[in-house]
Design a protein around this ligand. Structure first.
Ligand SMILES: Nc1ncnc2c1ncn2[C@@H]1O[C@H](COP(=O)(O)OP(=O)(O)OP(=O)(O)O)[C@@H](O)[C@H]1O
Ligand SMILES: [Mg+2]
Length: 283
């Protein structure tokens, strides 16, 4: 299991003189269990990539605990723990070696040729593409190669950060479906990071909704989400506007707001296993 406990991440912003601290993540606790499909969604700037980088053990948080398979991640063991994880980010072209034919990039994972053929076929990668260089492939093909490489490296967890967002919607859905089918035996856990809530809902078992560096809701896709913000995201309406008060970020657009929501910030309330919401309606 990957477990993040009360994780915060601080960045320094500004130029040489006017530096200020900026908290990209604030007290995040999440867990990813083996075999699970977990979605992390939220608008631009919510902190999704920052969280994805910490889940991928690319960097450590400023505060809080990161545990993987019951080992606490530290500067010393970070590299060693990365063997459990493969990450695929948005721009596949830059992650593939331009001087290597695709087949050689895939062989580098240590997988047998038989398994390479099996996984690439499952991802609809035509055999002749394996002999090409990345620059000779389309964006969608490059992305499927990057995903194939992640699978072939045989990790326990695969983190996909907007891995298919650059592609058109039908290709995106197709790749995600193939990926889920390929994992029917729950060999890996997937984390899908996306700003597209309906796609994430479609391919995940469980969703974390982020806003402003915090988790605002966690829900099982078999059940309806509760937070007015998540509901409006699902409908494709109402982005929060910059607030001028100390209360809830969604106060201005919330159909269920009260005076309390303007003055106080709600805590993340636990309503059940994998069911949490940051909203006074459920307090
Ligand atoms: N290296 C960095 N230095 C300073 N600020 C950063 C850094 N990386 C991210 N940030 C800031 O942290 C916040 C969260 O960024 P992040 O990339 O995690 O958001 P995101 O949810 O992935 O957004 P998007 O949907 O646009 O990819 C943003 O305000 C961003 O400007
Ligand atoms: Mg991002």
């Amino acid at each position: 299991m990957i477990r993040l406990q009360n994780v915060s991440k601080k960045y320094r912003k500004g130029g040489f003189f006017a530096k200020s601290d900026f908290w990209a993540l604030k007290g995040i606790s999440v867990e990813i269990n083996p075999g699970e499909h977990v979605g992390i969604i939220g608008e631009s700037g919510a902190g999704k990539t920052t969280l994805g980088r910490i889940l991928s053990l690319i960097e450590l948080p400023t505060d809080g605990l990161v545990e993987i398979e019951n080992t606490t991640a530290t500067k010393k063991n970070l590299r060693k723990l990365r063997k459990y994880i493969a990450a695929v980010f948005q721009d596949p072209g830059t992650s593939l070696d331009p001087l290597f034919r695709v087949v050689n990039t895939l062989k580098e994972t240590g997988a047998s040729m038989q398994r390479i053929m099996e996984v690439t076929a499952n991802l609809n990668i035509r055999p002749e593409l394996l002999q090409k260089y990345p620059s000779q492939l389309s964006g969608g093909e490059q992305q499927r190669i990057a995903i194939a490489r992640a699978i072939l490296s045989d990790p326990t967890y695969i983190i996909l950060d907007e891995a298919t967002s650059a592609l058109d919607v039908s290709t995106q859905a197709k790749i995600m479906n193939l990926l889920c089918d390929l994992n029917a035996s729950k060999r890996y856990a997937y984390v899908f990071i996306s700003h597209d809530l309906s796609l994430a809902n479609f391919i995940s078992d469980r969703i974390y909704v982020m806003h402003g560096g915090s988790i605002v809701e966690e829900y099982d896709v078999q059940e309806k989400p509760l937070h007015p913000y998540t509901i409006s995201l699902l409908k494709g309406t109402g982005k929060p506007i910059r607030k001028k008060h100390s209360g809830c970020f969604f106060y201005e657009q919330c159909p269920s707001r009260t005076e309390k929501c303007k003055k106080e910030t709600p805590q993340l309330i636990e309503l059940g296993k994998h069911k949490k919401v940051r909203c006074f309606l459920y307090d």
